[in-house]
Design a binder for this molecule. Structure first.
Ligand code: NAD
Length: 532
């Protein structure tokens, strides 16, 4: 049941209906507020399409010099910025907490990821972007030397959501910068301040080259950025992802889309119960459930279902909700976006009406700000929104299944395909289950952890996205390839393939290519049927 909203939350909801944090479309300013109590932090100017174009043109003019530094030179600059991030961790976490409502333990993750990413792409960038020298396959082509180069798109645009305002903006900018691109980011209108601060740090305190900037605003600003850049990396809802992809089609701008999820966990009867329960509690409720890879639904084999539900509920009841400053005294923060809390309430009420058991939580908290109690929905099924639509809040639905086959079938019964978890005492068995899931990543006896292995691609199947971050592709995607084909030997004045065409030369060529392309001696010599 929904509590009566306060004046502050009413205002925030109204804003959300218009265009984000306190601005109707077409206005010049927007407000950034504290989700914890609804109070205002700051009013910011919306960047107009002309300002977006100017920003992109400016960084574009500086990009060739940035590219010319090579990976080693760029790594030095990004390394200085990493040191600045390390020295300013607490201050940055304060800003994160203020504008997102996260607890301290979750706020600190943002800088840590950026530091890790600078080191990872610094250490691997050179290898991933090194020229490739494939060996020509066909005998006549062996006279040429082949080389493939990775050359950056001059300007990469990034549009990011509000749930991890640094990881999903600056975090995705790091490989692009390491590749030699300039980057302009449009952060979520709900949470622009931490990104503005780390870019200020890059410019003013590190003195980094002018190839990294931010433009603020809502959808119109995001659309203008799509128009101006050479590559667009978008993270957000699949609804907006589709709009971005359509807009990018006008300028033939390539996109990668990191979209929503409805991630399942499968708990097999031989799983370590305590680990499965702890992992589900963390994976379902970290960042107040506002993670694209949150465990949102759990399929538990029949023999252990009752015990799993009881222990999960006990665990979730222990979670402390509140504003914890720098104390690390809570696990559950406020919900960052006012619109999202309505979706969460709707999913829980829908499950309640359809016969699920709400074992703990299930209510919006009274008072200022946007707070929803951590909630366990047991005996859920796929007629309920909580098991099929993205909830993106502190709610986990649990369903009993007969066996692993049913669990796999239910886990795949979704339009999303971001990631999953499988719990079993037999990791080989768990991997066999994982191989049948339609997801971009699967964590065995763990939750969310693939995101912190930058060695492996992270991305979604189905409506969860197009393209990948992390792994070699996570930096190469910010590049265009250039293939250079060079003669190995001194060249003559003409080539057999060139003009003039004469019957004798063409017939000789045809015979030569039959010799090379056919299989089986008779067939190569044109004496019989093509062998199978
Ligand atoms: P959203 O789609 O509402 O907004 C994302 C960004 O797009 C914001 O910066 C917004 O201002 C901008 N935008 C809005 N309209 C636009 C338009 N017409 N043109 C260009 N840009 C526009 O998403 P959100 O509510 O901020 O974030 C929550 C969603 O993000 C969830 O669905 C979540 O699963 C998803 N997400 C995905 C990943 C991932 O890596 N796959 C990570 C985090 C969040």
């Amino acid at each position: 049941m929904r509590m009566e909203p306060t004046a502050a939350t009413e205002a925030r909801e109204k804003d959300a209906e218009t265009s984000g944090n306190g601005a109707a479309p077409g206005t010049d300013t927007f407000e950034v507020r504290r989700p914890a109590d609804g109070s205002m932090i700051e009013t910011l100017e919306v960047a107009s399409p002309e300002q977006v174009a100017d920003t992109v043109a400016r960084v574009r003019s500086n990009q060739p010099a940035w590219e010319a530094l090579g990976v080693a030179g760029r790594r030095r600059w990004l390394g200085r910025w990493r040191d600045w991030l390390l020295d300013n961790r607490e201050r940055i976490a304060d800003i994160v907490q203020d504008e997102t409502g996260k607890v301290r333990g979750d706020s600190g993750l943002e800088s840590i990821y950026l530091e890790m990413a600078v080191n990872f792409w610094g250490e691997h960038g050179e290898d991933y972007l090194a020229d490739e020298t494939p060996t020509p396959g066909l005998l006549p082509t062996k006279v040429r030397r082949l080389r493939v180069r990775y050359r950056p798109y001059p300007v990469v645009g990034i549009i990011s959501p509000w749930n991890f305002p640094l990881i999903l903006s600056a975090g995705d900018a790091i490989p692009a910068l390491m590749a030699g691109a300039a980057v302009v980011i449009k952060p979520s209108e709900f949470t622009p301040l931490e990104l503005m601060e780390v870019i200020r740090g890059w410019k003013e305190e590190v003195g980094g080259p002018d190839v990294f900037d931010v433009v603020n605003g809502m959808g119109e600003t995001g659309g203008a950025l799509v128009d101006e850049v050479d590559y667009m990396h978008f993270t957000g809802s699949d609804r907006t992802g589709r709009i971005v992809m359509k807009r990018a089609a006008d300028t033939l701008t390539p996109v990668s889309l990191e979209l929503g999820g409805k991630d399942p966990a499968i708990v097999l009867a031989d799983a370590d119960m305590e680990r499965a329960v702890n992992a589900t509690t963390y994976g379902g409720f970290v960042n107040t459930g506002q993670v694209c890879m949150s465990i949102e639904r759990v399929y538990v084999e029949e023999p252990i279902y009752d015990e799993f539900v009881r222990r999960l509920t006990d665990n979730v009841k222990e979670l402390r909700q509140g504003t914890d400053g720098r104390s690390y005294g809570a696990e559950q923060g406020a919900m960052t976006s006012p619109a999202q809390i309505d979706i969460v309430s709707d999913h829980v009420e829908d499950a309640r009406e359809k016969g699920a058991k709400i074992l703990t939580g299930g209510r919006r908290k009274e008072g200022d700000g946007d707070w929803y109690e951590p909630t366990v929905v047991a005996d859920a099924d796929h007629s309920m929104k909580v098991m099929v639509d993205e909830t993106f809040g502190p709610v986990v639905g649990v369903m009993k299944v007969k066996d692993s086959d049913e669990a796999i079938r239910m886990a795949n019964d979704t339009r999303y395909g971001l990631s999953a978890s499988v719990f079993s005492g037999d990791t080989d068995r768990a991997e066999r289950v994982a191989e049948q899931l339609e997801v971009g990543a699967c964590n065995i006896n763990d939750a969310l952890v693939n995101y912190f292995h930058l060695e492996v691609p992270m991305g979604g199947w189905k409506d969860s996205g197009i393209g990948w971050r992390h792994g070699p592709t996570g930096i190469r995607k910010y590049c265009r390839t250039e293939s250079i084909v060079t003669p190995r030997l001194p060249t003559g004045k003409n080539e057999p393939l060139w003009y003039p065409y004469t019957p004798r030369r063409r017939k000789t060529l045809n015979r030569l290519y039959r010799l090379l392309n056919a299989r089986g001696l008779r067939n190569r010599l044109g004496l019989g049927k093509r062998s199978r």
